[in-house]
Design a protein around this ligand. Structure first.
Ligand SMILES: [Zn+2]
Ligand SMILES: [Zn+2]
Length: 458
């Protein structure tokens, strides 16, 4: 893949919506620099970079991301004449972090200091309530043993982030905040601990995390860079601020696969796996196909789908389908090819199977559990709603998948016409899709509230 195509595709997923051009260009240079500095990372695998969060997630590029890649073509951040080993995250929450505080043993180069950042104003503020049982599950799934009796913050580092927590009753007895975030992220359907900048309080059996920022906080702060650009800062000024001491320089390199070892494209990988006998599912009626990197999440995914199926069978008054197949795609591009839907849609029913974008993407968006529930709801209502407009079929999925009229999101106040099929299938942006979903859901909910049976909504 040509380097600039790669940069445009990564940028499409990493940039904040409505970013001014200077912020997009700064991030394009950061994305390109990261790729160049890390291109030996997967040498043993026969390729340069993977398309998962391990390296940089690759999505479908947009006109805007392509323009930013072209405007900065070949430019990278150099330190001592070589591409700098830089990072970026969604928001530092007011102070950036040193690499070694996030990845123990990592080098702390002078161009990645922990420094105050007033640009992002500590946004976003977030709160996550985790039941003690969820924390116990998360720790156990990550290899901790014992029964959790309590969690408390044991130490903070100089950036104010939580460095370590004591987990009473477990072995080992303490965990870094970053590892706790990762452990929680592996448990489906549990609120995410979005950064290590948080206060922790126990109320009953619920741990309330109140924090700000989003992500590890090392290097460029994406939200901060958007605000700086809105205030008139150039891409170079933004990069100098977050990576002091580096210089922006031209390049012209291409990312190429090692010729001797040709990696199979992901879609071929899925096809090859599909030709093998199916893996033994935890429940006989639900089968899940996952890319190998996500394979350890198979049981959790099947568990999530099977509890959704059982609840929905009762709510809808339909028999649980004898068979459900879930296909998790290794990349957003594979998902788009398989479903003819935009990656924004997260999940889709196609050829009788539930298709999902990569689990890491769903989790990053806090959408994993909701998406699985909505898709199971859609699979179960589809036979009765065959031939209806998409807003009816998706409205049913949204309404029942999110928990029906009693759900916190069970609002019917979204106004406007029921969305056209194209607004749901090919949304122009994630924001446009969220708005179309709200209208589809409201249209559906209004008919239910008026006493109509779900099978009769049209
Ligand atoms: Zn990787
Ligand atoms: Zn910031």
């Amino acid at each position: 893949m040509p380097l600039e195509t790669y940069v445009a595709r990564v940028l499409a997923g990493e940039a904040a919506r409505e970013s001014p051009p200077a912020a997009l260009e700064a991030l394009a240079i950061a994305v390109r620099t990261y790729a160049l500095a890390n291109r030996t990372r997967h040498r043993a695998d026969g390729f340069d970079l993977c398309d998962q969060t391990h390296c940089q997630v690759v999505r479908a590029s947009t006109a805007v991301s392509e323009r930013a890649a072209q405007a900065t073509a070949g430019q990278a951040l150099l330190f001592d004449g070589a591409p700098a080993s830089i990072y970026y995250s969604a928001s530092c929450g007011g102070r950036t972090e040193r690499p070694s505080a996030v990845w123990p043993g990592a080098a702390d180069p002078t161009y990645l200091p922990s420094q105050h950042d007033e640009a992002c104003e500590g946004q976003p503020e977030w709160e996550a309530e985790l039941r003690a049982a969820d924390l116990q599950r998360a720790l156990t799934a990550s290899g901790f043993r014992g029964t959790l009796r309590g969690v408390r913050v044991a130490a903070r580092n100089e950036s104010g982030r939580v460095a370590r927590l004591v987990v009473d009753g477990m072995t080992p007895t303490d965990v870094s905040a970053q590892d706790l975030r990762m452990a929680v992220a592996r448990i489906p359907g549990v609120p995410q601990v979005r950064s290590a900048t948080f206060e922790l309080r126990l109320a009953g059996d619920v741990y309330r995390f109140t924090g700000h920022g989003n992500g590890h906080g090392v290097g460029l702060c994406v939200i901060g860079s958007v605000r700086l650009a809105a205030g008139g800062a150039s891409a170079v000024a933004i990069l100098e601020r977050y990576f002091p001491g580096t210089t922006v320089s031209g390049g012209g390199a291409r990312l190429t696969a090692v010729p001797a070892v040709r990696p199979a494209p992901p879609s071929a990988d899925v096809a090859a796996r599909a030709a093998l006998p199916p893996p033994t599912p935890a429940k006989p009626e639900i089968t899940a196909w996952l890319p190998s990197a996500d394979d350890r999440e198979r049981d959790a995914l099947i568990g999530l789908a099977s509890s959704a199926r059982d609840e929905l069978a009762a709510a809808l008054g339909v028999a649980a389908p004898s068979r459900l197949t879930i296909r998790v795609h290794p990349t957003a591009g594979d998902y788009e090819r398989a479903t003819a839907r935009s990656w924004f849609t997260s999940g889709a029913l196609a050829t009788g199977e539930i298709h999902l974008v990569p689990l890491g993407t769903l989790r990053d968006r806090g959408m994993l559990e909701r998406t699985v529930r909505r898709q199971v709801a859609q699979a179960m209502t589809a036979p009765a709603l065959d031939g209806r407009p998409l807003w009816v079929r998706e409205g049913a999925a949204l309404y029942y998948g999110d928990g029906g009229a009693g759900a916190p999101g069970g609002r019917i106040d979204a106004r406007g016409p029921c969305p056209a099929d194209a607004e749901l299938a090919q949304p122009v942006s994630a924001g446009a899709l969220a708005e179309a979903w709200a209208r589809a859901r409201a249209c559906f909910a209004r008919q239910i509230a008026a006493g109509r049976h779900w099978r009769e909504v049209r």
